[in-house]
Design a protein around this ligand. Structure first.
Ligand code: MN
Length: 340
């Protein structure tokens, strides 16, 4: 449950005719967009003036979601994003904990006279906000949005559309309930969403059976040619150069989820995915159990995130970055080998 005293205040702030702008992080994932749209449709139903803005494109597999056509994308609608932010009385920060995560929207926010509300499940929020709803134990920001609506006493407004958006967030942020989902509360909320008429099987199919042929072949190539297994460290990784990505007509979001595949090999406890970008290497890290991959990402690769799922980046060439990773992970052999 979220703290009660918050709600008296929030109720006043969330009443129409307030102009509200919802923001989420760069390279938005299913939870970012699910939370954004779920909260959008809820506030709309309440009669608020709401707009949504994100730093760059959302992945194509979320295109089917109702309302995506209303999301302003800063990388190509800079003017409109600035306008809605300048008009806003209230800004929501969804699914991110540090200001850099909204990329080039960040400087626009500085100096704006607005009330800021952060709703997020990443550890140790660094964003400055007037209200902070930060709970690490929940599955997803979408789950927190549900709890927020519940705390406001307005669950009767949650219809099939809102429930579908929130379900996308919970489903994708838990890898279809394979991680971040050990709290019974998550399943109780999913039960409530089912009662509101969501079509769980159809949502699964729309999200996961929705890839391009190029993406499928890139995945095949990554697993057959590029998977490296370090058995002594119970670690596996995949790296992809820009040439390789080009060869498969790489589109945004195509490598989403690749980092989880190495865990299908028995005994793997740490997995990483290295993607060569124009001026840096983007890294995704995953771990199992008590090995905190977010600390590792923060210490060595300018990153952070959740205990078992984190991101990072490197400004060294790909080969050097991979060497560095292999050397570092060797230092953690004992710790990783102690894991059950
Ligand atoms: Mn999330």
């Amino acid at each position: 449950m979220l703290p009660k005293e918050l709600y008296g205040k929030l109720k006043k702030v969330l009443a129409p005719p307030f102009q509200i702008t919802l923001l989420t992080h760069i390279n938005p994932d299913g939870d970012a967009i699910g939370s954004l749209l779920g909260l959008y449709w809820f506030l709309k139903k309440k009669g608020c003036q709401v707009s949504m803005a994100i730093p760059n494109e959302y992945p194509r597999f979320l295109d089917w979601m109702e309302g995506t056509d209303r999301i302003l994308i800063y990388s190509r609608q800079e003017k409109q994003v600035k306008e809605v932010l300048q008009k806003a009385d209230l800004v929501f920060y969804l699914d991110f904990n540090e200001p850099g995560r909204i990329g080039e929207i960040q400087p626009v926010l500085e100096g704006l006279d607005v009330t800021r509300i952060l709703v997020d499940h990443h550890p140790e929020p660094e964003c400055k906000a007037d209200y902070i709803i930060s709970v690490q134990q929940v599955s997803s920001t979408a789950e927190l949005i549900y709890q927020l609506i519940e705390g406001l006493g307005e669950l009767e407004l949650v219809d099939t559309l809102i429930a579908t958006c929130l379900y996308v967030g919970i489903m994708t942020d838990t890898g279809c309930f394979s991680f971040n989902s050990s709290q019974p509360r998550t399943f109780e909320i999913v039960g409530e969403l089912l009662l509101r008429g969501i079509d769980k099987d159809r949502i699964f199919s729309l999200v996961y059976d929705n890839y391009s042929e190029d993406r499928m072949r890139l995945l095949g190539y990554s697993l057959e040619q590029k998977l490296v297994i370090l058995p002594e460290q119970r670690t596996a990784y995949i790296s992809l150069t820009r040439d390789e990505l080009d060869r498969f007509n790489h589109a945004q979001g195509d490598t989403e989820g690749f980092v989880n595949y190495p865990f299908s090999v028995s005994n793997i406890r740490v997995s990483a995915l290295f993607i060569e970008r124009e001026d840096h290497i983007k890294i995704s890290f995953r771990s199992k159990g008590d090995f905190p991959i977010n600390t590792f990402a923060a210490q060595f690769f300018n990153g952070g995130g959740h205990k078992n799922a984190a991101g990072g980046e490197s400004y060294e060439p790909l080969t050097d970055t991979l060497k560095k990773f292999e050397n570092l992970i060797e230092h953690y052999s004992d710790e990783i080998n102690r894991l059950p």
